[in-house]
Design a protein around this ligand. Structure first.
Ligand code: AGP
Length: 615
């Protein structure tokens, strides 16, 4: 959620840090700051509230003709303490010699703060992080002001909670010390230069050779080399991984926003998820990294899927898919509830965790809880090398490419596509016939083209957005496979347009939400031609009878309900099990256009972060 970037080398550190922070801005962005150091150890801090552009202007105004060879930067998403310059990172030690940036939460900060206050330290911020920088200085002084690495190590031994940190010290102006526990940190290896960041996106313009730090690992970066350690001072050999993502993949490429680009990338993203996995002739799906034998999968009695937010909506669709095709009972749990609920897991259970980022704290802890209980865990993530990907026993990568917009779009459709593949895979291990496998996979291969046809309706959706952009509330209704799509449509609208929206199973409307309906209430019905179509049509009549405004997502050529709806968006015909891949697209586009008309920054909606790495 917050972002870290650090640099040591021959380039101007302020340029590298500001560029890296801009690439991390999607993780959190209420304030940002940098600590810049000159060769002689002179340390300067600049912080600003608001977007990275504010920080960039301030840094270039103040240091326009200065060059720095080392620095650390941070973009913040507030947890402890309000959005102020004082609470922004980097935080400085009392002597002004040590600067630190931190992602995560120091859980025992109150106890540590009392200890430090008694020793005469004073605090200028309300953050938990400031405790850590004073603590490091305390150990630094004890060790005769000589060894930043061991001061950091000793401080981390008394800290409880999560951290990804980068620390510099003006007495040692040739190194950065970085460490991780629960907050991702990646080291970039260049020639005569080293980088550290919370996210590989920040490093891509400079290097593709990276090292992923594991929990309780620390690294000392100098411009020519790096050394990794555990917290007991033992050296560790780390594997250098080559990142394959293309830089152009994370740039805008002609679109005005990342969210729009990602909506329009969905046909290609789904093709990437299917490539190499779909074997129509054999009616089979093949996966590379499940790390479970077919016999082991046949023995699975129950699957528990756990996730957060949009990934949780995909998980709900996964339940319908796996129960129908794979014939295995599925439970879906919010990761934040699962981890504290003492879930009952038995020997033949399988846990599937779904996360675009692979770093969501609640989902990661749910995974760890499942592993502690001894069950196998599969991870479905987009970010290769993410913590969830590494800690799962096996998994399925989404292959959606980098998703930068805070509102998840192409990751969602790739999650659904991957769940379809997994469900068919399980089905073919059981009773699904060759013919049925072929039939399903053939249709699945047509989905990218069908999404393209929906994307062509952009101008129609823009007109519709104009009609409804001033509405105060929305209701989204769907049934069966499209009930989770109703939840997802409502979430998209809420998070980027700040309009209150609720998603509901259509038949539940009469048990409460129907009271909300009047002539000012737009109700979005997701009503493709499927087994429950007639029942949803009855719900449309119920809304119309109460003068609600009906926006309907219908299958092409459906004219049956036209006279009862105010606006319609057509989607191509497909199997009902695959319909969420199509029905969600106009909902993403509608939310997008409404938010743009309201003049909002869709890529960086207020209060939200792309990757929620605190609980
Ligand atoms: C999606 O639009 C949201 N911003 C959010 O709900 C997100 O899906 C959730 O935080 C989970 O993230 P993850 O998939 O990276 O774990």
């Amino acid at each position: 959620m917050c972002g870290i970037v650090g640099y040591i080398g021959t380039k101007d550190a302020k340029e590298v840090l500001l560029d890296g922070l801009a690439r991390l801005e999607y993780r959190g962005y209420d304030s940002a700051g940098v600590a810049l150091m000159e060769k002689d150890g002179t340390l300067s801090i600049e912080k600003q509230v608001g977007k990275i552009a504010n920080l960039r202007n301030a840094v270039f105004r103040r240091f326009h003709n200065q060059c720095f060879t080392i620095g650390i930067g941070h973009t913040r998403w507030a947890t402890h303490g309000g959005v102020t310059k004082e609470n922004a990172h980097p935080h400085l030690s009392a002597s002004g010699r040590i600067a630190l940036v931190h992602n995560g939460i120091i859980e025992n900060y109150m106890t540590l703060k009392q200890y430090l206050l008694k020793k005469g330290y004073t605090f200028v911020s309300e953050t938990d992080t400031e405790v850590l920088v004073h603590l490091i200085e305390d150990f630094y002084k004890k060790e005769g002001n000589r060894n930043l690495q061991s001061a950091v190590m000793e401080a981390l031994k008394v800290v409880e909670g999560t951290y990804g940190i980068a620390v510099v010290c003006s007495d040692e102006p040739y190194k950065i010390v970085a460490a991780r526990n629960g907050s991702p940190l990646v080291i970039g290896i260049g020639e005569g230069e080293m980088f550290v960041a919370s996210d590989v996106n920040a490093l891509l313009p400079y290097t593709r050779n990276v090292i992923y730090l594991e929990d309780k690992e620390l690294v000392v970066l100098k411009s020519e080399n790096y050394k990794a350690y555990d917290l007991d001072y033992q050296r560790i050999d780390k594997e250098i991984v080559r990142v394959e993502w293309d830089l152009s993949a994370i740039e805008l490429g002609g679109f005005e926003t990342y969210m729009e680009k990602e909506i329009f990338e969905q046909p290609e993203a789904i093709s990437n998820a299917l490539r190499g996995r779909v074997h129509v002739e054999e009616g089979m799906v093949k996966f590379g990294g499940l790390n479970m034998t077919d016999d082991e999968l046949r023995e699975v009695h129950r699957i528990v899927i756990t996730a957060c937010g949009t990934s949780w909506h995909a998980a709900l669709i996964g339940k319908y898919l796996i129960e129908r095709f794979g014939e295995i009972p599925v439970e879906v749990d919010y990761a934040s509830e699962f981890r504290y609920r003492n879930p009952i897991l038995k020997k033949n259970d399988l846990v599937l965790v779904i996360s675009q980022s692979g770093e969501t704290a609640d989902t990661l802890e749910a995974l760890r809880e499942a592993k502690r209980k001894g069950v196998k865990v599969l991870g479905m993530t987009n970010v290769v090398g993410s913590t969830i990907a590494r800690e799962s026993d096996g998994g399925i990568y989404l292959h959606a490419g980098p998703e930068i917009g805070v509102a998840s779009t192409k990751a969602f459709t790739n999650q659904v596509a991957s769940l379809i593949l997994f469900a068919i895979y399980l089905g073919r291990l059981k009773n699904m016939s060759l013919y049925e496998g072929q039939r399903l996979l053939k249709e699945l291969s047509t989905i990218p083209e069908k999404i393209k046809a929906i994307l062509e309706q952009k101008s129609l959706i823009m007109d519709m957005a104009k009609k409804y952009s001033e509405s105060k509330n929305f209701l989204y209704l769907g049934r069966g496979f499209n009930y989770p799509v109703a939840l997802e449509g409502a979430l998209k609208l809420k998070e980027i347009s700040y309009i209150h929206a609720e998603g509901y199973p259509a038949a539940e409307m009469k048990h409460g939400p129907i009271a909300l309906i009047d002539e000012f209430m737009p109700v979005v019905f997701i009503a493709p031609k499927d087994a429950l179509y007639e029942k949803v049509v009855s719900n449309i009549h119920e809304v119309k009878a109460r003068h609600g405004k009906v926006i309907a997502i219908l299958s092409e050529k459906d004219e049956h309900v036209l006279k009862y709806v105010d606006d319609v968006l057509y989607i191509p015909q497909t199997f009902e099990e695959f319909s969420p891949l199509l029905t969600v697209v106009p909902l993403q586009m509608l939310a997008y256009e409404i938010a743009r008309l309201r003049g909002l920054d869709v890529d960086k909606p207020r209060n939200l972060a792309k990757s929620v790495t605190v609980e």
